[in-house]
Design a binder for this molecule. Structure first.
Ligand SMILES: [Zn+2]
Length: 838
């Protein structure tokens, strides 16, 4: 399919004004196709001119422009040319559309638990064209009136509320406020629903029937978080929630975390928890709710003009998601999660060869836009906004946002519009700030230099800012400096300073005058409060004290900054993985935040499996398992930390006998329930070791007939050290187009295991040989996922990099594959550097 370019979109926006979309869908015409009739009313600035409309039908049945037939054979890919436009036009497009199994367009899912069928629409980016005809670009917004004919007994919900009664299965929904085409959505099927109301806004949550009991159990928590977030946004913003009702539908096999369709947010139904989860997983759900709600203003009310301002959507939603979660819900440590988990994602993405500015000058087309939904547009952008708030003050920041909403409500805006609003509100010119932070890629390092005299007092203390040679840009930062002292059995914060680093004044070496002559602290922590986005490096004395001080620090955000400091130093091969493992042993057994346990173990596991050779890996895994065991022994039974420790132990354990015992219910710590997901986690590790056969996996799948069970079973099968199982899984990963997005991804997630490098050796070459075709035949989102998951990440060998270089030298590969291989190759480069000591 041809990807819409920025220039084409600009031309079309200049020519057309879309008045309305009338979309009529018939979902009663079989299991593979549905009927779609779109009526678009639009004006053209120059009568007699030509344009094109986008649609991706299974069969284009008829097209009429101003009551004159248009030849359907003119459809070229997804574009149908339209000529002879009048000042006022009516276009009617009738088509047969295909249901998808890839999470793009109108996804159709049959629940293995009970055979019921569920649909949901994902119009995001340019997949609305798989459902209805449209001028598919973010700045041609129009009111949408949707009608849907659905089978008896189905629930149908859409962006707008149901309008009147249902006749012969046909429902009409109220006309929406102007929407961007990528935000049109619906769900249809025998969905289970719960309703509520808050502050005059009707609320609903939906899920599959087979998940009803699990949703009901958490309905109070979900509605409570929703109400708290709505209230908080109404305090922050002058404009009330603008789209009537607020539905949140938990839908199956969803690609993203969630999607911000106005009035009908869709959320992956993995967030309907069927097994025990940690509070950090609940916090993630709350944060997702807050994130999507933030989009109602950022993205939905005011929409970016083109995808190069994607960050105006995602960075703001990410920032406000964490902020509102921390300020309004019980998950008050949301900034700790952001600091450790989300910023880590940002730092990793920002240091790869594919890095780009938060706000790129120009994104050429929509295919390129998809690749920018990454750690930079989300996590780095949100971090930069947090720094902006520290820089200009919260009052000016919010005043600027509110002016921006007032000016562009129901319309579109750009970075320049937002900066103008912020400048007017704060009276401070942000152009220099924006140039350094938003228009330049890569991350700075802030290194503390501290002189201490013979009496233990600070001489000169400085924060030295550096930039990578590839992007030699120093930035202004406002940061906290925390002075921590050991005291009795604990650690106290003696003082916190806030300082400005202004490279224009000091060339990047900022002397902290306030510290001269003060007694040296046991730990001098830069970026205390985590206000800026930068890698930090401690002074040597502070670094040496971390293993003693980190376990005693009450402040989880300060712990997150310290863990991140260690993790980024290991990634840069400035410190060995062994230092991180030693810190895990020293500090993790007394950790009190589940998210710290989960994230540190996850990152440590990635480093251990890739940066160490097999002998080193085995030793390191043993030490991590020891830390998990000590944490398990000390944590409150039934609590989140205990559960996180159990998950960590299962991932690190090299002892099949112990895992098998747990699966049989023997030796499980009190407070841990061996429920569905825990059973699958155990079985997955046992499958990796070859300690269970296919019959055991099949038996578990028969016991757990849920969709989640089917995904786990596929993953376990692909993980077995069995040549035939590997071969079958590989063929399905590369070319089985019948399997759903999730069932393919499950196979790819199970395929490569660090324990099976020899067994899977021949697939390293096959990856590079076969992925170009995979990426051509699969849809972009799924292809990108597979390219990433199926990459031979454990083949840490110069040969793998040679193969990657040969693939990247080709000019006939899909852009998504190019991005994924470029990034994965850079990760390999770092792994090789760590193994060889560079
Ligand atoms: Zn978002």
């Amino acid at each position: 399919m041809t990807s819409l370019t920025r220039a084409e979109a600009a031309d079309r926006a200049e020519l057309l004004t879309v008045e309305s979309y009338d979309i009529d869908l018939d979902l009663t015409t079989g299991d593979t196709r549905f009927r779609s009739t779109t009526t678009i009313r639009f004006r053209a600035a120059r009568p007699g001119s030509a344009t094109f409309v986008e649609v991706k039908p299974a069969e284009l049945r008829s097209v009429r422009l101003n009551d004159t037939p248009v030849d359907a054979a003119g459809l070229d890919g997804n574009r149908l040319p339209l000529s002879g436009l009048r000042a006022e036009n009516v276009l009617v497009v009738e088509a047969e559309m295909a249901y998808t199994r890839t999470g793009e367009g109108l996804h159709r899912f049959v629940d293995p638990a009970d055979g019921e069928t569920y649909l949901y629409a994902m119009s995001f980016l340019d997949d609305g064209q798989r459902i209805f005809a449209s001028f598919d670009q973010p700045d041609l917004k129009a009111p949408v009136t949707l009608s849907v004919t659905a089978p008896q007994g189905w629930v149908v919900a859409a962006n707008g509320a149901l309008d009147g009664t249902v006749t012969d299965g046909r429902r009409r929904f109220v006309t929406t406020r102007p929407l961007a085409t990528y935000l049109v959505s619906l769900i249809a099927g025998p969905y289970h629903a719960r309703h509520d109301e808050h502050d005059g806004i009707p609320l609903a949550i939906y899920c599959r029937r087979s998940l009803a009991a699990h949703l009901d159990k958490d309905a109070d928590e979900i509605f409570t978080v929703t109400r708290q977030c709505l209230d908080r946004f109404h305090q922050l913003f002058d404009v009330r929630y603008p789209f009537g009702k607020y539905d949140q539908a938990f839908v199956p096999e969803f690609n993203a975390g969630a999607m911000e369709n106005p009035g009908l947010v869709t959320i992956r139904d993995d967030y309907v928890f069927r097994s025990a989860v940690t509070d950090s997983q609940r916090e993630l759900r709350a944060c997702t709710i807050a994130h999507e709600m933030a989009h109602m203003w950022f993205g939905d009310l005011v929409t970016m003009r083109w995808w190069d301002d994607l960050w105006l959507n995602e960075s703001f939603a990410e920032y406000l998601g964490s902020r509102v979660t921390a300020e309004a819900t019980r998950f008050t440590a949301a900034w700790t999660t952001f600091g450790l988990r989300r910023k880590g994602w940002g730092y990793a993405a920002d240091q790869r060869p594919s890095t780009h500015p938060v706000a790129p000058e120009e994104v050429a087309d929509s295919a390129q836009a998809l690749l920018n939904f990454d750690g930079i547009s989300y996590a780095k952008g949100a971090s930069v906004l947090r720094q902006l708030v520290a820089w200009v003050g919260d009052e000016a920041f919010l005043a600027g946002l509110n002016a921006h909403f007032a000016e562009h409500a129901y319309g579109n805006a750009t970075l320049a519009d937002l900066l103008a609003a912020l400048r007017r509100a704060g009276g401070r010119d942000l152009s220099g700030w924006a140039a350094a932070w938003l228009r330049e890629a890569q991350v700075n390092t802030l290194r503390v230099e501290a002189e201490v005299d013979g009496a233990g007092r600070y001489g000169e203390v400085a924060v030295v800012q550096t930039a990578p040679a590839s992007h030699p840009v120093l930035r202004p930062h406002r940061i906290g400096l925390g002075l921590f002292d050991r005291s009795g059995t604990g650690v106290v914060l003696r003082e916190r300073l806030e300082i400005d680093l202004d490279p224009a004044v000091d060339g990047g070496r900022t002397v902290v005058e306030g510290l001269r002559g003060q007694p040296a602290a046991d730990l001098l922590l830069p970026n205390h409060g985590d206000l800026t986005y930068a890698k930090v490096r401690l002074d040597p004395a502070s670094a040496a004290a971390v293993p003693l001080i980190l376990p005693l620090l009450d402040d989880s955000l300060a712990r997150a900054v310290l863990w991140t400091e260690m993790i980024e130093a290991v990634r840069d091969a400035e410190r060995p993985v062994g230092d991180l493992v030693a810190l895990v042993l020293a500090a993790l057994p007394v950790e009190t935040e589940a998210v710290v346990v989960e994230d540190v173990l996850w990152v440590a596991g990635r480093f251990i499996d890739r940066y160490l050779d097999p002998a080193g890996r085995s030793v390191a895994r043993g030490l991590v398992a020891q830390a998990c065991d000590r944490l398990l022994a000390g944590a409150a039974p039934g609590g989140s930390v205990q559960l996180a420790a159990a998950h960590g132990l299962i991932a690190a354990a090299d002892d099949p006998a112990r895992l098998a015992a747990w699966l049989a219910g023997d030796g499980v710590p009190a407070g841990i329930e061996v429920d569905d997901d825990l059973r699958w986690m155990l079985l997955h590790r046992l499958a990796v070791f070859g300690a269970v056969d296919q019959a055991a996996i099949d038996a578990e799948a028969a016991r757990d007939r849920s969709a989640a069970g089917a995904e786990w079973a596929a993953r376990c099968t692909a993980a077995r050290p069995d040549p035939a199982a590997k071969e079958r899984a590989w063929r399905e990963i590369v070319g089985d187009l019948e399997l759903s997005n999730r069932l393919i991804e499950a196979r790819a997630a199970g395929f490569w295991q660090p324990e099976q490098v020899e067994l899977t050796g021949s697939y390293v070459e096959r990856y590079f040989a076969e992925m170009p075709e995979m990426a051509r035949v699969r849809t972009p989102w799924v292809a990108d996922e597979i390219a990433q998951l199926a990459f031979p990440a454990y083949a840490v060998d110069p040969r793998t990099r040679e193969l990657a270089a040969a693939l990247l030298a080709r000019d006939d590969i899909e852009p998504g594959l190019r991005r994924m291989v470029t990034d994965a190759d850079d990760d390999l480069r770092r792994a090789l550097a760590a193994r060889t000591g560079r």
